[in-house]
Design a protein around this ligand. Sequence first.
Ligand SMILES: Nc1nc2ncc(COP(=O)(O)O)nc2c(=O)[nH]1
Length: 287
Amino acid sequence: MTSMKLPGLPDPGRCLVMGVVNVTPDSFSDGGAWFDPKRAIEHGLRLAEEGADLVDVGGESTRPGAQRVSLEEELRRVAPVVRELARQGVPVSVDTMRAEVADFAVEAGARLVNDVSGGLADPAMAELVAKTGVAYVLMHWRGHSHAMQNRAVYSDVGAEVREELVHRMDAMVDEGVDPGQIVLDPGLGFSKRPEQGHNWALLAELESFTALGRPVLIAGSRKTFLSRLLSDTADTPRPAAECDAATVALTTLSAAHGAWCVRVHDVRPNADAVRVAAAWSDGGARL
Ligand SMILES: Nc1nc2ncc(COP(=O)(O)O)nc2c(=O)[nH]1
């Protein structure tokens, strides 16, 4: 596991667990359960109690075909939740592609900016990240540089995703971001075709991602590639909410292969899994 210390984040010497709080009416895997700020705050507190090292608060669904929400609406959704969780001492990350939302969240105490666009959606993001020194997740999502129909066409998905992540990291560093702030994320499910095994190919090469020298975040929880793997005999994919056991297996393997953090919905079993992986890898030395 890459035990690189990131600014403002814990370093317990094991894979971290990031719990998900989607403050959205339509997220793919927990659509609308935490849209009410009070419920979202309660859920975030519960995830922290269950063992989340970070609670990731997002106000904009990224599911395929989702419409973007306005800046005002995204802020309305995430502000009260980020502010209250941070006030209560919960380590918070903000899942946003907007520099203004990130700026607000860091001001309110967020310790990490989680940007699924890898800085492509908002040209002001790099400057904000550089200015604040905040830890930053740079996720791979082929954005405006590829036409829609080519976004999920790869000849070697692992090599191409790594190359494009390094390119984005270099671009952020050129704009003043310290490489020590950056976490890399292959973007499972984002312009990756489950029917072509892209997500499993990326996971199988996790150690090639950690070899890039930055912490790696793996976020496969309840995603379509898991549902398809667990399809029934009638080829009906397993419902997302019934993929938590598979997610725990993914967590265990990701931690064993060096992931810095896993992003999950069902925290408790995944918090247990990262501890099992840590005990296994160090032969129980830290018990
Ligand atoms: N860093 C990172 N952030 C993310 N945020 C949302 C989703 C979409 O999943 P959800 O709707 O289940 O939260 N996936 C990612 C991801 O893969 N990586």
